[in-house]
Design a protein around this ligand. Structure first.
Ligand code: HEC
Ligand code: HEC
Length: 282
């Protein structure tokens, strides 16, 4: 370790050395003096069983170092180490930042298996406490992700409405269509608009296309959500949709899902956990 590469260390060492030298020197002087001195001088009027006290002025060196200590203390508190310059927290933040940059570049083009592995790890730590280890939402404590992000979930969204992410258009009201029409729109949306790109009810696609106007009012003709006014349905079923939910947060009926846009997760980790979550719904 290089003791002198840090001003504060250097100053501290210098101070310690000065104190040792002064202490040894002064002690030496008085010990010598005690051997030879015949004391003289004016006594104070206090006297304890014959032991008196001379009238000594305050030693100038002592007074100066006392005042110096106070000044140094103020400097240290207001301008010096560690409040305004170096701090361990700052160093920690810098280290995390540079680690994250390395992390992002290492996982710049992750393959699916890497994303799934990373995503499962992130899920178990960050999401499982609310959504459950299997993602089933633990009896309604949070969204049941095993039944989310697929065609049935689109039907449920249309019938029950969607809310909680604070889009400019607000909430999607419940009961926009009856269950039968909702199924048709879901077939159309799943195959033609969403990232699912396929439907379990191909026979209903044309009927759904005719009803799409109900949705395009808010989501746009192409379903992309009119530049953030409502959810971007072209990403529905993909990791990106999940990553977006993580950035926006979600107010649920029972509790709130926090926004994950505070640096807790890197972009790669959001896409990874999104890939994992998207794989839960069949
Ligand atoms: C009044 C405007 C409005 C209309 C009409 C509308 N939506 Fe939405 N929709 C929204 C908003 C806003 C959200 C995002 C709500 C949130 O997450 O807070 C949303 C979210 C969604 C979601 C995402 C669900 C989820 O789990 O995050 C789906 C799927 C969806 N809409 C499908 C549709 C379909 C299909 C139609 C047509 C039947 C439709 N929407 C009509 C406003 C609308
Ligand atoms: C503090 C609890 C909590 C945590 C932690 C949490 N969630 Fe949620 N999540 C919720 C709640 C509550 C809802 C909304 C439930 C509802 O109203 O249906 C929700 C909803 C969702 C939805 C559905 C969004 C929609 O548009 O319908 C997804 C996807 C989701 N969470 C993914 C995740 C992922 C991935 C993580 C981990 C990175 C996570 N959640 C962490 C509580 C949480």
């Amino acid at each position: 370790m290089d003791w002198m590469n840090d001003n504060v260390n250097a100053l501290g060492l210098l101070g310690a050395a000065a104190i040792i030298i002064l202490t040894v020197g002064v002690s030496w002087k008085y010990i010598q003096q005690m051997k030879t001195d015949k004391s003289t001088g004016e006594l104070t009027k206090d006297n304890w069983d014959g032991i008196g006290e001379y009238k000594n002025p305050l030693p100038i060196g002592w007074a100066l170092s006392f005042i110096g200590t106070i000044i140094w203390g103020l400097w240290y508190f207001l301008a010096g180490y560690p409040l305004n310059s170096y701090s361990q927290i700052g160093e920690y933040n810098e280290e995390v930042q540079s680690y994250n940059v390395k992390f992002e570049s290492k996982f710049k083009n992750p393959d699916k298996a890497t994303l799934m592995g990373m995503g499962e790890g992130v899920f178990l730590v960050q999401c499982a406490p609310c959504h459950g280890v299997t993602g089933d939402g633990m009896n309604g404590k949070a969204a049941n992700l095993v039944k989310w992000g697929n065609e049935e979930a689109i039907v449920a969204s249309i019938v029950h409405g969607v809310k909680g992410s604070n889009y400019p258009l607000g909430e999607m009201p419940a009961g926009l269509l009856d269950e039968k029409s909702a199924k048709a729109v879901a077939a159309f949306m799943a195959q033609e608009i969403s990232a699912l790109k396929k439907t379990k009810n191909p026979a209903l696609v044309e009927e759904g296309r005719a009803l799409w106007a109900t949705c395009s009012a808010c989501h746009g003709e192409d379903g992309k959500g009119m530049e953030g006014q409502a959810a971007n349905l072209s990403e529905y079923g993909s990791a990106k949709f999940v990553a977006n939910v993580l950035n926006m947060g979600k107010k649920g009926d029972i509790g709130n899902m926090p926004k994950f846009n505070d640096g807790r997760l890197t972009n790669v980790q959001k896409i990874a956990v999104g890939t994992y979550v998207s794989s839960l719904a069949k």
